[in-house]
Design a protein around this ligand. Structure first.
Ligand SMILES: Cc1cc2nc3c(=O)[nH]c(=O)nc-3n(C[C@H](O)[C@H](O)[C@H](O)COP(=O)(O)OP(=O)(O)OC[C@H]3O[C@@H](n4cnc5c(N)ncnc54)[C@H](O)[C@@H]3O)c2cc1C
Length: 469
């Protein structure tokens, strides 16, 4: 006999939990299924956002790895207490632990039990990509799934200069642990603006990290040393590093639907076995949707939340179709300096707008930046014009606390506010965000001065002040 629900979520990570918690608040009958009881909370809690940010936090105040580990584990326990099986049941959600697979278009089974629902959400996340490399030494190869379990690292090798690789390089080097970061591309943070990757490379090197760009791991030798191929000025060189104690492979994640039996639910897949998607999250079975990392696209907890918001609105609202805002997904790499990207990317801006421009610079003339010693931070803000009105449409900020500094730029971009909403705002001095007022006023002034000659302005000022005086 099968049990009937309004919504079943497969996976209790950011995606499954976002849908389940909202649906149950609305009065729907909800079941959430996860493989293991200890997995509730998903990657974000166990091997992603939470331990990485808690490790970074601890690394800024402490110089001891064991103490930092204790700290992030204690943070994980606090959050797990809110997201575990018992607390979800208390909130009215039914919970089943085990491997879910489809038995029909609206039916899922776990072991011998079957569950039926009007809507089924696949929120099964992604798994870390592994690296196939000859490891002649005794170096433990870890991914983000197990890096937070390691003990006594003395020299961490990291393969991959994306956000995960850079954040881990920052945290471990803050703790005084030797780090060698290997990236095969020209720069770190390849999905961000070039200037951001360059600043982070410089900052990590200043922090003692050995950053090897245009480099690939060939093998680990008997002495636990990494042999790297290095492409320098179009000739391949070999570089041998000092021996490492652990190797973190941070080369991205991939989705895996092999055990779900998508065919039983009538879900079409492409040649690589990935579900064919219509309208971002909808599969070819209108009652089954993908949320979070499982949906592909930008892999963040807040993308999973955005999927969930759009989905629930669509389940409830007639006539209007809400799409997740995937073109404007913000993201932050929490290094020192932080890199915060928001709004549309430059490529999309060029396609969408005929009139747009960039306001860019550093923080050398900003008092708060001088006081806090980050005048070498930089920003790029994209402004576009439509119907004679300019507004902020995207940008990147690299500075300490950039993740918070961009929040009002995001608000202005999302709400399509005029530039005067920031240039005319009443800020306390010296706040970090006040810099946007200065930047926009300077921009306004320089554009006015370009369009009207300086001489006319000066003459007018003198006439006016003579008359008044
Ligand atoms: C080191 C690191 C740092 C990160 N930092 C950030 C950050 O700062 N901010 C941010 O927004 N994002 C960050 N991310 C990304 C973020 O962690 C993920 O995007 C997010 O957790 C994905 O959530 P999800 O619900 O899609 O998948 P998951 O959290 O992976 O959840 C999937 C769940 O499905 C379960 N499952 C899988 N198959 C089945 C099945 N057949 N039956 C039952 N259960 C199943 C799994 O056990 C798992 O619990 C980071 C990632 C990493 C690796």
């Amino acid at each position: 006999m099968s049990v009937r629900y309004d919504v079943i979520c497969i996976g209790a990570g950011s995606g499954g939990l976002s849908v389940a918690l909202t649906a149950v608040e609305l009065g729907l009958r909800v079941l959430i299924i996860d493989k293991e009881e200890s997995n509730f909370g998903g990657e974000c809690l166990h091997s992603g956002c939470v331990p990485s940010k808690a490790l970074l936090h601890a690394s800024r105040t402490n110089k001891d790895f064991a103490a930092a580990k204790k700290y992030y584990q204690s943070v994980q326990v606090k959050i797990f207490n809110r997201e575990n099986v018992t607390s979800l049941r208390k909130r009215g959600i039914d919970v089943v632990v085990g491997n879910a697979r489809f038995e029909g278009r609206n039916t899922v089974s776990v072991g011998d039990c079957q569950y039926l629902a009007r809507k089924i959400v696949i929120a099964t996340g992604s798994v870390a990509r592994k690296l196939d490399v000859a490891n002649h030494g005794k170096v433990p190869l870890v991914t983000h799934h197990d890096v937070f379990e390691i003990n006594e690292p003395r020299h961490l090798g990291i393969i991959g200069g994306g956000p995960v690789g850079c954040e881990m390089a920052q945290a471990f080097s803050n703790l005084g642990i030797k780090v060698t970061l290997v990236e095969r591309g020209e720069r770190l943070l390849p999905r961000d603006e070039i200037f951001a990757g360059n600043i982070i490379t410089r900052k990590l090197r200043d922090n003692g990290v050995t950053v090897c760009l245009r480099s690939e791991l060939k093998e680990i030798d008997y002495g636990n040393r990494m042999h790297l191929y290095r492409n320098s000025k179009s000739k391949i060189e070999e570089k041998i590093t000092e021996s490492i104690t652990h190797l973190l492979v941070a080369v991205g994640s991939e989705r895996d639907f092999a055990n779900l039996d998508l065919a039983a639910a009538g879900i079409a897949v492409n040649d690589s076995g990935m579900p064919v998607l219509k309208n971002y999250v909808y599969t070819t079975n209108p009652d089954v949707v993908l949320v979070g990392d499982a949906a592909g696209g930008p892999q963040f907890s807040h993308t999973a939340e955005e999927h969930a918001r759009a989905l629930i609105k669509n389940w409830l609202m007639p006539f209007i179709r809400f799409n997740p805002r995937l073109l404007t997904v913000p993201w932050v790499t929490y290094t020192d300096f932080e890199v915060a990207k928001f709004g549309l990317s430059p490529d999309v801006i060029k396609q969408k707008f005929t009139v747009w421009r960039v306001i860019e610079g550093d923080f050398a003339t900003d008092d708060r930046a001088v006081i806090d010693n980050y005048s070498d931070g930089q920003y790029k803000i994209y402004v576009a014009k439509r119907l004679f009105r300019e507004r902020i449409v995207g940008g990147t900020v690299v500075a300490p606390g950039a993740s918070e500094m961009v929040q009002e730029l995001i608000l202005a971009a999302e709400q399509r506010l005029p530039l005067s909403s920031i240039s005319g705002k009443f800020y306390a001095y010296p706040t970090k965000s006040q810099t946007w007022q200065r930047v926009l006023l300077q921009d306004q002034a320089s554009r006015m001065i370009k369009s009207i000659s300086k001489r006319i302005i000066t003459r007018w000022f003198r006439i006016k002040n003579y008359t008044n005086g």
